[in-house]
Design a protein around this ligand. Structure first.
Ligand code: HEM
Length: 226
């Protein structure tokens, strides 16, 4: 137990936490994207799938809503640990820097770190917006509880909303691409032999999430989905 605690307190321990929670969050976003694509199969299929997620996920082992709540708790814990470790790593890096940036130009890694932090803040803002938009409907003027297809289509028919989603998805793509690559480095999976392979995996996963999710607001704006 003490071993695990002192590992968590170290820089590498926090990076491992970031890598594992980042993996869980990326896996969720990937699976969510595949589910979202059911919108192309029509209202009945998407609404039925959403109902299954709420009521029957995990049946017969789990009762109605239990699968949904387990997923929510795992996501909340993963997001919490991801953000806390990021803030702690940032504080540790600042404390460890002997001289400020007054004399030395910030390096590429410093810019990348800043980009990841800003991207992280933008994604947190997007998730808050997205939950109020498509889960609770509080900020969606045409929201109808349980009518997921109608909520998605009428939501994206608002150009401003779609443009916001598209921008957020691009920010998410950049974050996931760099995050996945950092994860492979932290977990020591990238060595000379497998370097190209892991870079390709990171790129393909990011592209799949981006293209899959972007296709929905784009199809609604183009009038292909209505
Ligand atoms: C075009 C892209 C997206 C579409 C069409 C979409 C659609 C939806 C819909 C319809 C719901 C509500 C489902 C329901 O209440 O039955 C939902 C929930 C959710 N979405 Fe998305 N989503 C998209 C992108 C994302 C992204 C990029 C993320 C994460 C970064 C995300 C995270 C979530 C979360 C956490 C929930 C709440 C699930 C719950 O009820 O606990 N979504 N999404």
């Amino acid at each position: 137990m003490t071993g695990i605690l002192s590992l968590y307190r170290s820089t590498i321990g926090k990076k491992v936490v970031m890598a594992l929670t980042g993996f869980i969050l990326t896996a969720y976003v990937f699976v969510h994207m595949i589910g979202n694509l059911k919108v192309f199969a029509g209202a009945e299929k998407l609404n039925h799938y959403a109902e299954w997620l709420r009521l029957d996920m995990g049946y017969p082992i789990l009762a109605s809503f239990q699968g949904l709540w387990i997923t929510r708790i795992v996501l909340l814990v993963a997001v919490g640990l991801h953000v806390i470790s990021a803030l702690q790593l940032w504080a540790m890096a600042n404390a460890g820097r002997a001289v400020g940036y007054a004399q030395k130009k910030p390096s590429y890694t410093v810019y990348l770190g800043q980009m990841m932090r800003l991207g992280g803040i933008a994604i947190a803002f997007f998730i808050g917006y997205h939950l109020l938009h498509l889960t609770t409907g509080s900020i969606h003027p045409e929201f109808v509880h349980g009518e997921v297809y109608h909520n998605v289509i009428s939501g994206f028919q608002n150009t401003l909303v779609s443009v916001f989603y598209i921008a957020a998805l691009v920010a998410l793509g950049v974050h996931i691409l760099h995050g996945t690559w950092s994860m492979f480095q932290t977990l020591g999976l990238n060595n000379r032999r497998y370097d190209a392979m892991w870079r390709t995996v990171a790129l393909l996963v990011t592209l799949a999430i981006l293209v899959g999710d972007l296709s929905i607001p784009v199809a609604v704006l183009a009038g292909w989905l209505y």
